[in-house]
Design a protein around this ligand. Structure first.
Ligand SMILES: C[S@@+](CC[C@H](N)C(=O)[O-])C[C@H]1O[C@@H](n2cnc3c(N)ncnc32)[C@H](O)[C@@H]1O
Length: 294
């Protein structure tokens, strides 16, 4: 996608259609997984009573297929080009929320990083994630946490994997746990975004940084936003985008939630967020939110 607003109608139209191809692709995986359950495994009622398991498996397959060409590409393009400059600034103890297949791992090999925790609830992606960590030479630094980002899941999983990681936090929660938290195309999928962003804020160490690359609701009321793209987002949501694409929502005010997350301490030390592709059905924010030091 062209980061600047495209001149031609065709380019703008393509920006509206982009999610339809992804939705179609993900939906074909879902129906394939359903038909395998029914016709190959004989689980005739699985599409009714095991929907969540089938969706998880289908999303895992879709995301592996979707990620592969991006991992092999020489240069990232479109929204993927926003990620490397940010993630290369990661340091200390890093939490990567929803790492998927580990597409971002090559950006996390700097010596400033001591440990990486990838909190990934989709079990269908874990073997790919572990394989990637080993092939990137991060086997000893990278810990796959089989959980979602909600604190009630994350903290027990972290405590089981690395009890010492919580030592300071258990004595004084203000000490936080992570130096860097990565939110790359994931806040669109978490069940309770406002609660999640507040919890992530509380898990940052003082002076810690939240690095964000997220697609967001189209800011259609602004000069750079697009009413047509906002309508397209609503249409995709109505047609089942969320169901097929791992609970992803196209219409979240992620920037608002992130800014509010630090309200308990009177705000962030600094917020450096930029907006991109505001004319399209997948506009993005990217940047850094830094927590105040003690
Ligand atoms: C669109 S993919 C992005 C993957 C990866 N961050 C990337 O940029 O390649 C969204 C990921 O978030 C994960 N996810 C969904 N709900 C989550 C939750 N509640 N907590 C953590 N991860 C979640 C999904 O399983 C999926 O791997």
């Amino acid at each position: 996608m062209n980061p600047a607003a495209p001149d031609s109608f065709i380019e703008r139209f393509k920006g509206l259609l982009e999610p339809s191809a992804l939705m179609w692709w993900a939906a074909t995986h879902y129906y394939r997984v359903c038909s395998e359950a029914v016709f190959q495994k004989g689980q005739v009622l699985a599409p009714i009573f095991q929907t969540s398991k089938l969706r998880d498996e289908a999303f895992g397959r879709f995301w592996i297929e979707f990620s592969r060409p991006r991992e092999e590409a020489a240069e990232p393009v479109g929204s993927s080009a926003l990620i490397p400059p940010l993630l290369k600034t990661s340091k200390g103890v890093v939490l990567d929320i929803g790492p998927g297949t580990g597409t971002q791992m090559p950006l996390l090999k700097g010596s400033a990083i001591t440990t990486i925790y990838g909190a990934e609830p989709c079990t269908g992606l874990h073997s790919e994630l572990r394989r990637k960590a080993a092939s990137e030479g991060l086997g000893s630094k990278y810990h796959v946490l089989p959980c979602g980002v909600a604190a009630e899941e994350l903290l027990p999983a972290l405590g089981t994997d690395s009890p010492s990681a919580l030592a300071a936090y258990d004595v004084d929660p203000a000490a936080g746990v992570f130096d860097t938290i990565l939110c790359v195309r994931v806040l669109c999928s978490v069940p309770a975004m406002e609660k999640t962003t507040r919890e992530l804020y509380s898990l940052l160490k003082p002076g810690g940084r939240l690095l964000v690359v997220e697609h967001v609701v189209n800011p259609w009321r602004t000069a750079k936003g697009s009413f047509a793209a906002r309508v397209a987002q609503a249409v995709y949501m109505f047609l089942g985008w969320r169901f097929y694409i791992g609970d992803c929502c196209l219409d979240r005010d992620t920037e608002g939630a992130l800014r509010q997350a630090a309200a308990v301490d009177g705000g962030w030390e600094s917020v450096e967020l930029e907006r991109h592709f505001e004319w399209s059905a997948m506009p993005y924010i990217s940047g850094v939110l830094t927590k105040k030091s003690l």
